[in-house]
Design a protein around this ligand. Structure first.
Ligand code: GN1
Ligand code: MG
Length: 346
């Protein structure tokens, strides 16, 4: 690994190399190095080219967005991918693995679940500022790195295909959840094609924000790999999915899983504090629908992956994706139960 690091940082001596928790797709490490007598920290990522089949397109989108935001009055940090002496920001090793590096923002940290309710407004505002910085970005310029990424109808079709080939034992284990998924889809499949297509983050979870450890202010929106044309409401929905759940997304004890309306209100307030003056009325009216859409989609993805023998999401134990899927279904059920009036059936 030192060989890889030295391609980006030729004079670095590696002092420490530790796994950073968080992502389900790439493997991310924090490396501390000494460069000409000074100690510095970086993020080293082994890029998952199974998920992102065309890694250079991901890096191209990242550069385009970085260029655009640097020309705006964008108030947050934007860690730039480090370039090797050959001006490459992504390298391939002899085994076909892809690697990239970013500076580690000093005194920053990320969270899987909000440490307290103050983080909700801050997180909503941060993603709001990010989308505000991109509101005039030409979506046509973006590469589609994962086609149909947030296409619920397509995800549902894939789920039906998986059902046909799933092992009888996994299907039996998930029988109740499969029924529930089918029922939810028929009741809550929504379409947003009448909303404006914008450059959106597409993976707006709490752990993709960096906070200052002391001030608790959000300092950066990170992980722009899925940034593609999409809908603002599904970005908002993904925030709700991760941050308004009273537990983590893989909590197996469903008595701990519920939808927290107070957190929802704080998140929405923060989000609209940054976006309220330019979002269309239709977009604002569909924020709650965005959450239903994305939670249902995520339930389908997790449960579908369980039925498909965990080919997409890494699973720490055999029922991990099953537990994740049940968790999302439980969250969705609770969310609808307490908020039926917010759902606009179109
Ligand atoms: C994946 O890699 P990570 O953890 O940032 C996934 C998201 C899911 C999320 C669930 C490219 O994100 O879509 O919502 O897991 N990213 C991809 O935790 O599939
Ligand atoms: Mg991600």
């Amino acid at each position: 690994m030192e060989k890889i690091i030295n391609q980006f940082l030729p004079k670095a001596i590696v002092l420490k190399n530790e796994i950073l928790s968080g992502g389900l797709i790439h493997q991310t490490r924090k490396v501390t190095v000494e460069e000409e007598g000074i100690s510095k920290a970086y993020v080293l990522q082994q890029f998952n080219a199974n998920t992102f089949k065309e890694p250079y397109k991901v890096m191209k989108n990242l550069s385009l967005v970085q260029k655009h935001l640097s020309q705006q009055d964008y108030p947050l940090e934007l860690p730039q991918a480090i370039e090797t002496i050959k001006s490459k920001n992504l390298i391939e090793d002899d085994d076909g693995n892809f690697w990239r590096m970013f500076p580690f923002l000093k005194n920053s940290t990320s969270y899987d679940i909000p440490p307290n309710d103050d983080y909700l407004f801050e997180a909503g505002k941060a993603y709001g500022l990010f989308l505000t910085g991109l509101k005039d970005f030409d979506v046509e310029a973006l590469e589609i790195t994962i086609p149909n990424f947030h296409n619920l109808a397509q995800r549902f079709q894939t789920f039906l295909e998986i059902l046909k080939i799933a092992s009888p034992s996994r299907k039996e284990k998930a029988a109740k959840e499969i029924e529930q998924t089918l029922a939810f889809y028929h009741k809550f499949s929504i379409e947003f094609s009448n909303l404006p297509l914008r450059a959106v983050h597409n993976d707006s979870k709490l752990s993709n924000l960096l906070f200052d450890k002391d001030s608790q202010a959000c300092v950066a929106v990170i992980d722009l790999d899925t940034l593609m044309p999409g809908y603002v409401v599904t970005d908002f929905g993904d925030m709700v999915r991760g941050m308004c759940n009273t537990s983590s997304e893989d909590e197996a004890d469903l008595s701990k899983v519920s939808f927290d309306s107070k957190r929802y209100d704080l998140l929405e307030k923060g989000f609209l504090s940054a976006t309220g003056d330019w979002l269309t009325k239709e977009e604002k009216d569909n924020l709650f629908n965005g959450a239903i859409y994305i939670i249902l989609e995520q339930a389908i993805r997790f449960l579908g992956d369980y039925l498909n023998n965990d080919q997409y999401y890494s699973a720490k134990y055999p029922e991990h994706n099953f537990d994740r899927g049940r968790n999302q279904l439980c969250l969705l059920e609770d969310m609808i139960l307490v908020n039926t009036s917010k759902f606009i059936n179109r």
